[in-house]
Design a protein around this ligand. Sequence first.
Ligand SMILES: [Zn+2]
Length: 131
Amino acid sequence: MHEYAVVDELITSLLPRLETIPGEVSAVFVRKGELRILSDRALENAFELLSRGTRLESARLVVESVAAVVGCAACSYEGASTYYGDEGGHFAIPVLACPRCGAAVSVVCGRELYVDRVAIKDDVPPSGGVQ
Ligand SMILES: [Zn+2]
């Protein structure tokens, strides 16, 4: 499955970057463009499986969706796109068109997939307040 390859790459590139950060990773937040044909559920499952035995084992993957924005060269529209594809949002190949004039559009954003941030469990108890 494609999701497994993506998550495998994500974990492999994330782990070395965490070496200098102490503490237990509790969550990894990923921003996923609307146009990435990846199932959130499959990404989460892949993360759970592939993170076993690593520092990310107890972390959960949180997939945040980024809406697609397109730009039209013909009428200079910029915003959400019209899709031609299967209903339900899980089209194999989305075909994008300008909702204003119907021309082909270019994607401004919506194809990204990246780690936005990582939550570290704070092991230090909050100071002050008590007595
Ligand atoms: Zn247009």
